[in-house]
Ligand binder design. Structure first.
Ligand SMILES: [Zn+2]
Length: 215
């Protein structure tokens, strides 16, 4: 009786933390995120690459670009991906007066809702530039602020293998920052997803509190 109790206690300490609803082969989840789209040259190749490895991702779209390319936003959502608010014009939000911060977020909410019929619950400040006032305004508009745990610096001209290497540094619960705008990022998709899988990690969804969960 005592030994069984000890065994149970021992198991509690050794057992890895596996989400209750984890899919087979997934010991944890990592969010793939793509900022700055929709980019007419790259979003379709990106969607095709994600589909080929059955991965779902979060796209933090820029409101003004969404307004120009509503069809691409709809395609992204129809393919099963999630949409977040990345401001209207991609400014450094902490440099703006409060009413402009409000407008940057609200206009983007409006256009994404109009295009998709869904209201985004996630917000990523351009450049990760944020403060308490920006976060409070986001919260007031029903948005959780989402930053990242791994920056692939894919925008800087690094080759695909460097993007992959950075991305594979993600741990369970991690959020990988990439961009809708580079062929190297598109080419990295299968390598990133396969590499994560080898570590028991699967692409996940970011919930309304900003945590990475099963899709
Ligand atoms: Zn951005």
């Amino acid at each position: 009786m005592l030994s069984r109790a000890l065994l149970v206690i021992a198991l509690l300490f050794v057992a890895p933390v596996v989400p209750a609803n984890a899919a087979p082969g997934c010991s944890g989840y990592v969010a793939l995120t793509y900022d700055d789209g929709p980019n007419p040259a790259f979003v379709r190749p990106l969607l095709a690459a994600l589909k080929a490895v059955r991965a779902r991702a979060t796209f933090f779209d820029v409101g003004a670009r969404a307004e120009e390319q509503p069809g691409l936003v709809r395609e992204t959502v129809r393919a099963g991906h999630w949409l977040g608010n990345h401001s209207w014009s991609h400014p450094a939000l902490t440099t703006l007066p409060p009413e402009e911060v409000t407008a940057e977020l609200a206009k983007t909410q409006d256009v994404l809702r109009e295009i998709t019929g869904r209201t985004p619950a996630l917000f990523r400040p351009p450049y990760g530039d944020t403060n308490a006032a920006v976060r409070d305004e986001a919260r007031r508009q029903g948005l959780a602020e989402v930053l990242w745990t791994v920056d692939t610096v894919d925008w800087s001209g690094v080759p695909t293998d460097a993007i992959v290497r950075s991305a594979l540094g993600a741990k369970a619960g991690g959020i990988i920052l990439m961009h809708d705008g580079y062929q190297t990022t598109v080419d990295a998709v299968p390598l990133v997803v396969k590499g994560l899988k080898k570590k028991g990690l699967c692409p996940g969804r970011i919930d309304h509190r900003g945590r990475v969960v099963a899709p």
